[in-house]
Design a protein around this ligand. Structure first.
Ligand SMILES: Nc1ncnc2c1ncn2[C@@H]1O[C@H](COP(=O)(O)OP(=O)(O)OP(=O)(O)O)[C@@H](O)[C@H]1O
Ligand SMILES: [Mg+2]
Length: 259
């Protein structure tokens, strides 16, 4: 029997908290560790393609096609990247969120395809902040969810809003969905608000679920402008070190899952 890829959804109901930065860089780090990675971009902003230097022409197949016509094979939408072991199912920048089929199992079915099982060890799903059928699909399809948050009040509100959606999915369509962790982004321990919010997330959801964060590093933003993951842009910067450490801990989860 074919091994099923581990499916990790990256989500927060707040915009601009690092979901895409985490998706692209975790995908790249896991690929560099030898995992065969598929990055799926559900956000029609299409920033995963930007981060990996992939060009998507108007009319080319995208992951959003499966929500318009569920007979479309996800494998047909996949583009290789210049980075070994890393492929992308890109977003359609013209897809209108809220349009398409209402089926919450669409992505789960598409990922269960034999070709996907054969080609990949891990699937990372980047999500839009909006509460729509695409976010539900990403949570229904996943083994676990990783929640990046900037330690500010509104980002924490986004975490709380996501948790309500998550518990609904866990008590219905995907009872085995796990919370992999909460990942502070742009952390700086000298900022009092960061310490307060991180303590609040620990108190509310369990200190063991709050991961070592990703520090503030402008190199992470610059890397998008050259279409590269940070490890290929500035391999020794703070951001690259933090993502490398994060990916090593995730890799251990993947190895345990496939054992
Ligand atoms: N650790 C970091 N240090 C500095 N800048 C960062 C860091 N993480 C992300 N950024 C920058 O913050 C901005 C928002 O990040 P990103 O696009 O990844 O967030 P997002 O949650 O995917 O946003 P959206 O909700 O719009 O999809 C980007 O300009 C990104 O380059
Ligand atoms: Mg994004």
């Amino acid at each position: 029997m074919l091994k099923t890829p581990y499916i990790l959804t990256i989500s927060n109901r707040k915009g601009g908290v690092g979901k895409t930065t985490v998706s692209v860089n975790v995908a790249a780090e896991l690929a560099a560790l030898g995992h065969r990675v598929l990055l799926v971009d559900l956000d029609s902003q299409g920033h995963c393609a930007v981060g990996l230097g992939v060009t998507v022409a108007i009319g080319e197949p995208t992951v959003h096609d499966i929500f318009i016509n569920p007979d479309v094979k996800l494998a047909k939408t996949i583009k290789e990247t210049v980075f070994a072991n890393l492929a992308l199912s890109p977003a359609n920048q013209l897809f209108e969120h809220g349009s398409g089929v209402r089926d919450e199992f669409c992505l789960a079915r598409a990922l269960a395809d034999e070709e996907i099982k054969n080609r990949f060890d891990v699937v990372i799903i980047d999500t839009p902040p909006s509460l729509d059928i695409l976010l539900i699909n990403a949570l229904v399809a996943a083994n676990s969810v990783l929640v990046p948050y900037v330690p500010h009040h509104l980002s924490y509100e986004g975490v709380r809003q996501l948790m309500r959606v998550l518990f609904k999915v866990m008590s219905g369509a995907n009872p085995s969905l796990k919370i992999l962790g909460f990942l502070p982004i742009m952390v700086a321990q000298h900022i009092r608000q960061h310490r307060i919010i991180n303590a609040e997330v620990s108190r509310q959801f369990g200190a063991h679920r709050v991961m070592p964060g990703i520090r503030n590093d402008i190199r992470l933003a610059e890397a998008f402008s050259v279409g590269k993951p940070v490890r290929n842009y500035a391999s020794r910067c703070r951001g690259a070190n933090d993502f490398s450490a994060l990916a090593k801990s995730l890799s251990a989860v993947l190895d345990a899952n496939s054992a």
